[in-house]
Ligand binder design. Sequence first.
Ligand SMILES: N[C@@H](CCC(=O)N[C@@H](CS)C(=O)NCC(=O)O)C(=O)O
Length: 205
Amino acid sequence: MLTIYGMTDSGNCYKPRLLMALTGRPFRHVEVSFLDGGTATPAFRAKNPNGKVPLLELDDGRLLPESNAILLYLGEGTPFVPDDPFERALMASWMFFEQYSHEPYVAVRRSLIVYAAMRREASADRLAETFEQGNRALGVMETRLAASPFLAGAAPSLADICLYAYTHVAAEGGFDLSLYPAVGGWLERLAGLPGYRPLQWRPAD
Ligand SMILES: N[C@@H](CCC(=O)N[C@@H](CS)C(=O)NCC(=O)O)C(=O)O
């Protein structure tokens, strides 16, 4: 069975869990967290020298890091990858946007506030920069979602799963989602998909 090494509270790790839930595929969850040093152990570094979760392990032992690469692998052949080449490229473009323009601000600001271990890095300048850039990213999503039900078009794709992960908990990072009504409607549409599971969900052992 596929194994996902991940930290339950992390949005990056929620992305593949949510896709597996939405597609009804079984998998094994192994908790590995940076909060207790789990990502820094020699055993985990042997699997992922970059020391980050999520990490996917296939039945034959092959290992795949990076949440969005894992989504692309697990998404093959599912309805969450559009057939149309342009829509597929648009999906990818939102996934690159997530890693460069959204996650470093929306997710990082949340972790600076939520995790005691991160608070010493939460300088006023860093909080201000992540607030400004995070709101900028949410504004870009608002513009798109005011014109389209989902990011790549009429149907939900990997891009929506990817950006849902940290957007739906953005309030924990101090962002006011009521300023983004189209984003709010999109969050509700995604939470209403059959098979949806919340952030803290993990399969039973
Ligand atoms: N670009 C990576 C980011 C992964 C990432 O930053 N994971 C965090 C948890 S959310 C982590 O493992 N941090 C451990 C560390 O930096 O030591 C992805 O999308 O998978």
